[in-house]
Every structure is written in structure tokens, then in C-alpha cells.
Design a protein around this ligand. Structure first.
Ligand code: MG
Length: 155
């Protein structure tokens, strides 16, 4: 059985993952409106991935005999600037989420729950956004639609 403290901490993370999902979906809508359909598609897939993280965490809590809960999800921004600025914000947000997961691992460690530590380390995603920021910088204005079409290839 998972401890109440850890269950609550993971439930908070579930809400944070859903906020991330909404953030990326809002970015996707924004980029589609701006005419960057490949980037919009990449961001929509990212949004689905965050929702999948929330579901994985919920299933994990339930499997460990706890109760998964969703809380109120705060409003997300709807305007994000240039493509470079959008992906800088994605990278920044990923770093913030990594830090949150690290803190959650610390809670699991304090509760001496090794299984949860292992589970959380699996969920933690690799920072792909930094690579995209780099690609956009190198491409410049002339290459931006090349990057857009590259990102549109994400499965
Ligand atoms: Mg996530």
C-alpha cells in the first residue's frame, strides 16, 4: 500500500501533468493559427504524452492500493510569441517538470518507497525541447519551415 503522503504528492503531479497537457495543446492551437502546422502537430502529440503520463501515474497509485484524484487545472496562456520563443518555453517547462519529479522522488525516498522511486524515474522524459530550440536557432528565418516540416514527422 502506498503512503497517504506519497499518494497525495503523486496526485498533485497528475494535476500538473494535465496542466502541462493543456499548455502544449494551447501552444499547438497557437502555432496552427500562425501557420506552423508541423510544430502544431508536434505540440499536440506532446500534449497527448503528458495526458498519458497522468494516466500512468493514476494507474500506478491504484495498483498500489491508493486513490487517484484530479484537481482543478489552472488556466494556461494562449499567446506564445515566435517559434523560437514557443520552444524555449517548452524547454523551460520541461526543466520545471523534471525538478518536480525529482522532488517527488525525494518524497518517495523519504517514505522508503523504492518501487515508486523506480516508477517515477521511468516516467521522467528526456529533454527533446532543447534540441528543437537549437535546431530553430541554426535554421534561422530561412529554414524555419524546414524545421516545421521536420517536427511534423513526429509519430
Ligand atoms: Mg509529463
Amino acid at each position: 500500500m502506498i503512503t497517504e503522503k506519497l499518494q497525495n504528492a503523486i496526485n498533485e503531479q497528475i494535476t500538473a501533468e494535465m496542466w502541462s497537457s493543456n499548455l502544449y495543446l494551447a501552444m499547438s492551437f497557437y502555432m496552427e493559427k500562425e501557420g506552423y502546422n508541423g510544430m502544431a502537430s508536434w505540440l499536440k502529440k506532446q500534449a497527448s504524452e503528458e495526458k498519458a503520463h497522468a494516466c500512468e501515474m493514476a494507474s500506478y497509485i491504484i495498483k498500489r492500493g491508493g486513490k487517484a484524484k484530479l484537481d482543478k487545472i489552472d488556466v494556461v496562456p494562449n499567446d506564445f510569441g515566435t517559434p523560437l520563443e514557443v520552444f524555449e518555453q517548452v524547454a523551460q517547462h520541461e526543466r520545471r517538470v523534471s525538478k518536480m519529479i525529482d522532488e517527488l522522488v525525494d518524497v518517495a525516498s523519504a517514505e522508503k518507497d523504492k518501487a515508486t522511486q523506480d516508477f517515477l524515474e521511468q516516467v521522467e522524459e528526456e529533454a527533446t525541447a532543447d534540441g528543437i530550440v537549437d535546431m530553430i536557432k541554426k535554421a534561422g528565418d530561412a529554414g524555419i519551415f524546414f524545421v516545421d516540416s521536420k517536427l511534423g514527422e513526429r509519430r
